[in-house]
Design a protein around this ligand. Structure first.
Ligand SMILES: [Zn+2]
Ligand SMILES: [Zn+2]
Length: 230
């Protein structure tokens, strides 16, 4: 069994319902090895305000002091267009432990097949242009998108992620991505992460489903992204 960790939670700096300190306290009481506060980037309507970024950095660093759980700081940056632009600046990235990217909206497509194509293009461009450590809820946008993509396209994407060192998240909230995709990631040397996507303290560290998935697909400690942040 791999260690319990949760690298995707939101505080009330974005759409979470509690302060970073309370979210981190919940992680401590769950006995997690590590937890990461990863608020949404400012381009999302519920995302953090740019002016608040220095404050959340300070709050999370302070919240982690004196606890057993290792407290990490990231952001869930938005991919703002299909050319891979993101909404967290380099000057902020220098001050955090890792950068997660999420695709929460895409423009100009409504049919699932089209949505999947634009989503894939956005993801490829973002990973190509930026140093993205973790891809949150990959290929889930209002539903699973992988069934709408060709195996060759998915294979090319996974090989790019391996090359660029971008890990794929197993997201407990959306129960995504599917195990075939995760097995492909393991075969190609893409590391995996675990995120509850908690917005409430009670949801922090509730990652048993992801740990079961990791066990079923035969992932080992060295397949997980955690060690590189500790
Ligand atoms: Zn997200
Ligand atoms: Zn999230």
């Amino acid at each position: 069994m791999v260690a319990k960790f949760d690298l995707h939670i939101h505080s009330n700096y974005s759409d979470g319902k509690a302060t970073p300190a309370l979210m981190v306290e919940a992680a401590e009481s769950q006995g997690l090895e590590a937890v990461a506060v990863t608020d949404h980037g400012p381009d999302l309507s519920v995302g953090i305000k740019r002016a608040d970024i220095p404050r959340v950095i300070e709050d999370v660093r302070r919240a982690g002091k004196g606890l057993k759980v290792k407290v990490l700081l990231g952001f869930e940056t938005n991919v703002v267009n299909e050319f891979g632009a993101i909404d967290i600046d380099d000057s902020v990235i220098e001050q955090i432990d890792f950068l997660t990217m999420g695709i929460h909206y895409i423009s100009g497509a409504t049919e699932p097949n089209e949505v999947a194509k634009v989503y894939l293009k956005s993801a490829i461009s973002a990973i190509d242009k930026n140093q993205i450590d973790i891809f949150a809820h990959p290929f889930f946008l209002h539903g699973p998108l992988l069934p709408h993509l060709a195996p060759e396209e998915i294979g090319r994407f996974v090989r790019l992620a391996a090359e660029r060192g971008t890990a794929m998240e197993i997201n407990v909230k959306y129960r995504a991505p599917d195990e075939d995709f995760l097995r492909l990631c393991l075969r190609e040397g893409v590391r995996l992460s675990v995120g509850s996507d908690a917005h409430w303290p009670e949801e922090v560290g509730k990652v048993d489903w992801a740990l079961e998935v990791l066990e079923r697909i035969g992932a080992k400690k060295e397949d997980l992204v955690l060690d590189s942040f500790l």
